[in-house]
Structures are given as C-alpha cells and as structure tokens.
Write a protein that binds this ligand. Structure first.
Ligand SMILES: Cc1cc2nc3c(=O)[nH]c(=O)nc-3n(C[C@H](O)[C@H](O)[C@H](O)COP(=O)(O)O)c2cc1C
Length: 170
C-alpha cells in the first residue's frame, strides 16, 4: 500500500521552528483561524480548559520577550500566542500542549512559521500571566511566536528506525 501524499502530512513534515521573522504582519482573520484550530484540539473529558491570549502590539511582545528566558526573538515575531489552561485541571498541560501543536500546524498551513517557547512552570510563567492580566486560576502552558520567515531548517531529526518499535520495545 502506498503512503498518501496529503496536505496535512506535508505540512507536518515541513514544519521546523523559526526564530527569525520578516517584518510582515499576519492578517487578523488568519490569526483568528489559527486560534480556532487551537480551540478545536482534543482535551480530556472535552473540558477545553484553555484560553489564548494573542499579542500583536510591539510593547506586549517586547515585555514577553524580556521575561521569557529563551524567547528573546518573540520581540521580532508578528504575534505571540500565550496558551493558558485552568490551573486545577489535572490534564491542563496535555490539553494545552495539544492546542499548542494545533496552532503551530495551522500556522504552517498558512505559510506562517513559529517557535514553541517554554511557558509551563518556568520562573517567568506567573510574571507573563500577570502582565497579560490573566486571572490566577489559569496557568501558562506555552508561548508560540508566529511570523513569516525565510529561515532554513537546522535541527537534525532522529531517523524513524531509531524511534519506531513494533508491538514491543526490543
Ligand atoms: C515544550 C517545548 C519547549 C520549548 N521551548 C523553547 C524555548 O524556550 N526557546 C526556543 O528557542 N525553542 C523552544 N522549543 C523549540 C525546540 O527547541 C524545537 O522544537 C526543537 O529544537 C526541534 O526543532 P524543530 O522545532 O525545528 O523541529 C521548545 C519546544 C517544546 C516542545
């Protein structure tokens, strides 16, 4: 049986993190559709414990980039999405990560590159939450920088045969 060559698979395989962005804004309706894909992600018991804060203004991106240790490039992105989930939800980190990946893949399908920036239980997580005026019953799961980019992929990937085990680990 031949492997299907469909659009989603192509996007999944072409996605790589980009940390250099062109000074080109993302249309609001595209940002909205990207977040729409985030909110349609699976969540345990369909609890949908998330809220997405999209930051496009320079001052906001600058402050987040100042706070996020390994996210200095957020300042130059067209947008930054902060994914929050309800703090007391036992699956918040899994649900928020599923939504984060949906956002990243939806963006790529629009030709927009991204980088997942660590947000979950970092030293700066609560400072970012407070800066964005998100109530304390939510916690930051991730930050996603979004922007058009001509950066070339650089990270090497493990080969499929290194990580795929059939039936059992042996
Ligand atoms: C949970 C998580 C946290 C990450 N945090 C950061 C980060 O703080 N800064 C950064 O530059 N990249 C971050 N990344 C991106 C990874 O470095 C990147 O995905 C990895 O090197 C593989 O490269 P690729 O995305 O191009 O496949 C993070 C990725 C994940 C999944």
């Amino acid at each position: 049986m031949s492997v299907m060559n469909n659009e989603v698979v192509r996007v999944l395989k072409e996605r790589r993190s980009a940390r250099n962005y062109l000074p080109k804004p993302i249309p609001r309706e595209i940002l909205e559709d990207i977040i729409d894909c985030g909110r349609l992600a699976p969540s345990a018991n369909n609890s949908q414990p998330w809220v997405f804060v999209v930051v496009t203004e320079e001052a906001g991106k600058k402050e987040i980039s100042r706070l996020a240790t390994w996210g200095k490039f957020i300042a130059d992105a067209a947008a930054c999405v902060a994914v929050f989930c309800e703090r007391n939800n036992p699956h918040g980190v899994e649900d928020g990560s599923a939504a984060t990946e949906n956002i990243i893949i939806a963006a790529k399908s629009y030709g927009i590159d991204s980088c997942w920036v660590a947000g979950y239980r970092r030293t700066y997580s609560d400072d970012i939450r407070k800066f964005l005026e998100v109530p304390g019953n939510y916690e930051l799961i991730s930050l996603v920088s979004l922007g058009y980019s001509d950066e070339r992929p650089r990270r090497l990937k493990k080969e499929l045969n290194e990580v795929l085990k059939w039936e059992k680990f042996h």
